[in-house]
Ligand binder design. Sequence first.
Ligand SMILES: Cc1cc2nc3c(=O)[nH]c(=O)nc-3n(C[C@H](O)[C@H](O)[C@H](O)COP(=O)(O)OP(=O)(O)OC[C@H]3O[C@@H](n4cnc5c(N)ncnc54)[C@H](O)[C@@H]3O)c2cc1C
Length: 437
Amino acid sequence: MSRTRVLILGGGYVGLYTALTLLRKAPDKVDITVLDRRPYMTYAPFLPEVGAGSIEPRHAVVPLRRELDGARILQGKVERIDHASRTVEATTDLGEVFAVEYDEIVIALGAVSRTLPVPGLAEFGIGFKYVEEAISLRNRVLGRIARAATTEDEDLRRKLLTFVFVGGGFAGVEAFAETEDMAKAALRYYPELSRDDLNFVMVEAMNRILPEMGPDMGAYTVEELERRGMRVLLETRLESCVDGHIVLSNGEAFEADTLVWTAGVKPSPVIQSSDLPLGPRGHVNTAATLQVIDEHGVPVRGAWAAGDCAQVPNLVEDEGDWCAPSAQHAVRQAKHLGRNLAAYLNGEPLTQYKHKHLGVVASLGLNKGVATTMGFKLRGWPAWVMHRTYHLLAIPTFNRKARVALDWTTALLFRRDLVSMGRIHEPRRAFEEAARS
Ligand SMILES: Cc1cc2nc3c(=O)[nH]c(=O)nc-3n(C[C@H](O)[C@H](O)[C@H](O)COP(=O)(O)OP(=O)(O)OC[C@H]3O[C@@H](n4cnc5c(N)ncnc54)[C@H](O)[C@@H]3O)c2cc1C
């Protein structure tokens, strides 16, 4: 009997767990191909700690080839999905075009930063979704501190040490708080600078941060951050940031040298140009069975989707119409999708995805955090311990759990590493200088 060719687009949470489930549930029925730009799954909740130097970047990602023994891994950028002809077109990093044919497709392309047409943003801002962005932010912040310590120019120093974060969801707040914690720790090696020289500013359009945690935890977090000397500007929008000249809707204007944009996500743009049916917000329209459906709710043969790029109905009361974009949903949807696809291939009935959100944990730097879970609200050290315990259990594979646990232990014993590797972003510079001399 011929095997079904399953093509999984995206090797993030959904891609990894769908492939693992299919390999377990239908190993003799499927030939699985996973196509992603990156050869690894990124464990995004650890990015703030990667940026803060508490976790080694390589330990926050899961190598697909190692974990998906039995699946074919292709590295390339998906450019076009033509479901009518069951073909996907992609390009390699070198620009070569290749096509992959399939019988069943799983759309697991996740989301990208949702930007706004703010003057200067595309040129000056940096996102915070991928490990390369976390590494770059860390090197940038430490590099700016080193540069500020060597200048007598007060204006330049203030600009170098002004870090603006736009967007107060949990990813933004964690990145903001962890980065400040790292910058403060780095100051111990710079007697020329004091905490008052650091200027961390969060800009949030809504009247609260951490909306996922409820108003009181959001208010507590604002107080906690302000107690640490950070500024949280609520009901404020970024109007412009051309060349680092920040203009805010509250009338403030100042110079900054770093702007991190964490103001939400939108579905991967390649989906827009596909022939798959989309929901009103640009996601792939998906039933609770995780089959792609048309505008009449009829399943599109051979197409499945889950995670941040999919519009999955939320069957739990009082949690909104659609499942929120979160790792919690992505993992569970992926396993459900894998089981349903295996059932479909076996001619068995499909089941509906339903999951009650368990809560949110967020780290605000070493020994500091907030958590709301199953009716409980935790603050400070207990929340931070819960954050670490939860994510240590949640990161896939024993290998990664062990490496992250070792990173944390080493950082506790020897303090975290605070060396800037900014030159890593221009690896040919030393060689070019040597060749010219
Ligand atoms: C900083 C940060 C912290 C977070 N913390 C939490 C948390 O604490 N708890 C929580 O529940 N959620 C958290 N999230 C959200 C969570 O990470 C996402 O909801 C989850 O990753 C969604 O899984 P996914 O598989 O849909 O997408 P992803 O995991 O993003 O995977 C998508 C994959 O598709 C690939 N891809 C995209 N476009 C293309 C293309 N054109 N061609 C080829 N490959 C492509 C990407 O490389 C990626 O590997 C956090 C997110 C961020 C950014």
